[in-house]
Ligand binder design. Structure first.
Ligand SMILES: [Mg+2]
Length: 205
């Protein structure tokens, strides 16, 4: 069994709104919960950063202030006894590695920024975009069952490809796409749901 989990909005707060608040740039507060088209969202974010003269180094140190949700590390610690844990996210490695350390050092599959010689962000490498379904299909064809959990439309293909999709405090549009999938409102409830799945698959608890 493998758990393929979203990061922001599930295990940690959204990072971009924190940047928006810190630097007073309203456009940076937008997230995948607001704009489903990720390329468009990224274009707007990068334009706003460059307009404000913010380099990757400047925003990275502020992004590193974001801490996991209370209980997220314990949630992962409990489920890792029954499955492997992978975090598959549209976040950026440059932002999220300290969160991953605090969560217990799990593997993160995320995107990367491209910068010029002055440290200005000029683009991004989408390692994950469009690949979530493929990553999950790979796991399934290797014989693993997959539990997927996410909160926004950018998790749709991940959830559609999972054996057990779980919607974590989902945006309404995500719920409309997956009306049969169970909804949880917090990590305690998610843990109960995971334990039911492990039990139904014969994991000794
Ligand atoms: Mg999310």
């Amino acid at each position: 069994m493998i758990a393929a989990l979203d990061l922001e909005g599930v295990l940690a707060p959204e990072i971009w709104p924190h940047l928006g608040d810190h630097f007073g740039v309203a456009e940076l507060r937008l997230t995948t919960r607001d704009i489903g088209e990720f390329e468009e969202l990224m274009r707007r974010r990068v334009e706003a950063l460059n307009r404000a003269g913010l380099t990757l180094a400047a925003i990275r140190s502020v992004a590193h202030e974001v801490r996991p949700y209370l209980g997220a590390q314990e949630f992962l610690d409990r489920i890792r006894r029954h499955c492997q844990v992978m975090i598959i996210s549209d976040t950026f490695h440059e932002f999220a590695e300290p969160i991953m350390e605090r969560l217990g050092g799990y593997n993160l599959f995320a995107n990367q920024f491209e910068t010029d010689s002055s440290g200005r962000i000029v683009g991004w490498k989408l390692r994950i975009r469009g690949q979530k379904a493929r990553v999950l299909q790979g796991m399934r064809s290797a014989g693993f069952k997959v539990i997927g959990m996410g909160d926004s439309l950018n998790d749709l293909t991940l959830l559609q490809s999972a054996d057990y999709p779980i919607l974590f405090r989902p945006v309404p549009a995500l719920r409309e796409h997956l009306p049969q999938a169970p909804v949880v409102q917090g990590l305690d409830e998610a843990l109960n749901r995971f334990m039911e799945i492990f039990r139904s698959n014969g994991s000794s608890l």
